[in-house]
Design a protein around this ligand. Structure first.
Ligand code: PEP
Length: 252
């Protein structure tokens, strides 16, 4: 089974709408005609519209970093899946470790967001990952299994096909400390085994990205691993040249 590589930039709370256009333009110019790889940019909500307008006929896609689990109504400050769809968003990052740790997002809450995302034809990029304490305490597999099973409760096999997983060891995010390719591969293979337990052979089709200090210097060796199907990129996605070098290197 050949899975298409997906490289996504998570811009987090960086870039005004004007700065977002300055970042997105050269990326689209450099890799906007790439068909052998999927490329996604996830700006803050306030820049999505501006970035979507730039995409035109390019192959680059626009994603969001979060969304509400509710469809509409009196939820001050929230953004719904339908609002994102209307701005040509196609993927939504859900369950990022920063949302789990700073905003208390639980597996059950993330599950409701995954369901709302799928109901609106958006593709969830579900983030899972262990803390350093959990890895050192030999709890990585139990943590990942709980996060995956919690997020996928009630998800049909048809909907499962639309989900991307990002394995992001929390200790590697923004720290410059990357999981070694062997360590990341072993964990990705474990995640695929958990998915196979839930959805059988469909697990072979699931794109599992690695995230955590991926950069142009290490994207090739990480993506070359059999179960690593791309990357979710934080810091290295904030400069056009580092992001497109990372993408170019990843595909060799
Ligand atoms: C992230 O937060 O999704 C991430 C992977 O960040 P960084 O690449 O900066 O480690």
């Amino acid at each position: 089974m050949s899975r298409k590589i997906l490289i996504a930039g998570n811009w987090k709370m960086n870039k005004t709408a004007t700065e977002a256009v300055e970042l997105a333009k050269p990326i689209i110019e450099a890799i906007g005609n790439q068909n052998d790889i999927d490329v996604l940019m996830c700006p803050p909500f306030t820049s999505i519209s501006a970035v979507s307008e730039l995409i035109g006929n390019s192959t680059v896609r626009v994603g969001a970093q979060n969304m509400s689990d509710k469809a509409s109504g009196a939820y001050t400050g929230e953004i719904s899946a339908a609002m994102l769809r209307d701005l040509q968003v196609s993927y939504v990052i859900l369950g990022h470790s920063e949302r789990r740790s700073y905003y208390g997002e639980t597996d059950a809450f993330i599950n409701r967001k995954v369901l709302a995302c799928l109901e609106n034809n958006l593709k969830p990029v579900l983030c899972v990952g262990e803390t350093l304490e959990e890895r050192e305490g030999d709890k990585t597999e139990a943590v990942l299994e709980k996060q995956i099973k919690g997020a996928f409760a009630g998800i049909s096999a048809d909907d499962f096909k639309k989900i991307v997983i990002a394995y992001e060891p929390v200790w590697a995010i923004g720290t410059g400390r990357t999981a070694t390719p062997d360590m990341a591969e072993a964990t990705h293979a474990f995640i695929r085994k958990v998915l196979a337990g839930l959805y059988g052979a469909l697990a072979e089709e699931t794109v599992i990205q690695y995230g955590g200090s991926m950069k142009p210097e290490n994207s090739r060796e990480l993506v070359a691993q059999p179960d690593i199907d791309g990357g979710l990129i934080g810091g290295a996605a904030l400069k056009a040249d580092s992001f497109h070098d990372l993408v170019k290197n990843a595909i060799g």
